[in-house]
Design a protein around this ligand. Structure first.
Ligand code: FES
Length: 63
């Protein structure tokens, strides 16, 4: 599944970007390359997608 069709970012790539930037919305959007040429559809969902990812991580056992 693709999170961002405009930039061709898959769910796996998106998860890596979230982890890389520790959930920082501004840095995640910058790394994804979102700009005025994009439709903005995924941008509206980013806070929820990030929160879901962070919640999932907190459920994993500590290693
Ligand atoms: S789908 Fe991500 S900006 Fe269009």
């Amino acid at each position: 599944m693709y999170i961002c069709l405009c930039k061709g970012i898959s769910e796996a790539q998106f998860d890596e970007i979230i982890d890389q930037h520790q959930g920082c919305l501004r840095r995640i959007a910058k790394t994804m390359g979102l700009d005025e040429s994009c439709c903005g559809r995924c941008e509206e969902l980013l806070p929820e997608l990030i929160a879901n990812r962070v919640d999932t991580d907190s459920l994993l056992p500590a290693s």
